[in-house]
Write a protein that binds this ligand. Structure first.
Ligand SMILES: CC(C)(COP(=O)(O)OP(=O)(O)OC[C@H]1O[C@@H](n2cnc3c(N)ncnc32)[C@H](O)[C@@H]1OP(=O)(O)O)[C@@H](O)C(=O)NCCC(=O)NCCS
Length: 255
């Protein structure tokens, strides 16, 4: 039997998008449940963003799945898992799931990975990877995610329960829970301060150019003992860096 390859999809695999979509919609008919419907363009984008995994047997399509991020990348789902009927029962879904899971963990190591499923196979694989069943309240509140449920035949249940319960089981992989010990927030803050880039921030001081008198914030970097006025942080460094500089007291604000 020819070997099945599981790989992160790239532009050369865009030609498979039609068969992927057909296989997904056939499977949805058989299962009698709805699915988060995705367009051709949506899957192409996933492939181009290196967020999709494809399984091929030679040139033949065998399976697919992709990653989605929610709530400002605080949550990730591995979605749209499909194995062509011809290739089922050979642990191919497991190989695809392992690959999407590793891809998600590598790209967003701090994100929580969750799953909302009624599929026994998916629940089994999730459990093996360390997902735990949770209430819906622990999943993302990103409206874009829940919009995906609109295509499901059971959406009335979800609406009726105010999004608290439905036929699907919510499962969550929390990366924090998979660390052997929890690092206290005070230590994490200390690490953030140690790792913050040195003053001056990238782009230099006042690199954003002059702003109007009203917008101008007078800030003094004091790390070298010679206060200088800078006009604004906007465009000079990120908001997060600005907060770090403030916490580290590189900067004092003049009333
Ligand atoms: C669900 C699906 C992806 C499984 O693909 P597959 O390649 O046959 O699955 P695998 O052989 O990798 O099986 C993975 C695990 O799930 C279990 N499993 C597979 N199909 C199952 C089923 N119908 N019911 C219960 N468990 C099942 C397997 O026993 C295996 O567990 P194990 O590691 O403990 O042995 C495939 O049947 C499919 O594409 N179905 C239609 C789409 C779908 O339902 N997608 C899931 C969306 S929630």
């Amino acid at each position: 039997m020819e070997e099945i390859e599981v790989l992160v999809a790239d532009e050369t695999h865009e030609k498979y998008v039609d068969i992927i979509l057909d296989t997904i919609s056939e499977a949805a008919k058989v299962r009698g449940t709805g699915i988060a419907r995705r367009t051709h363009e949506y899957l192409v984008t996933k492939i181009r963003e290196a967020k999709a995994v494809i399984a091929l047997c030679g040139d033949e399509f065998a399976g697919f799945s992709y990653i989605e991020t929610w709530g400002n990348k605080q949550y990730v789902t591995t979605s749209g898992l499909i194995v062509h009927p011809k290739y089922r029962g050979r642990h191919l879904a497991k190989r695809i799931k392992d690959m999407t899971f590793s891809l998600a963990r590598t790209r967003w190591p701090k994100a929580k990975i969750f799953s909302l499923t009624s599929g026994a196979a998916v629940m089994q694989m999730n459990t093996q990877l360390g997902y735990k069943p949770v209430t819906f309240a622990e999943l993302t509140d990103d409206e874009a995610f829940w919009k995906g449920c609109e295509g499901c035949v059971n959406v009335d249940i979800l609406r009726r329960t105010g999004r608290k319960y439905c036929i699907c089981t919510g499962m969550l992989f929390d990366p924090e829970e998979h660390l052997p010990a929890k690092i206290p927030e005070s230590v994490l803050e200390r690490i953030r301060l140690l790792e913050a880039p040195p003053w001056p921030p990238p782009g230099g001081e006042g690199g954003a150019g002059l702003h109007s008198e009203d917008e101008r914030r007078t800030l003094f970097p004091v790390s070298d003992g010679r206060p200088r006025t800078i006009w604004t942080f906007e465009g000079v460094c990120s908001r997060e860096q600005e907060q770090t500089y403030r916490r580290r007291k590189d900067i004092v604000e003049i009333p």
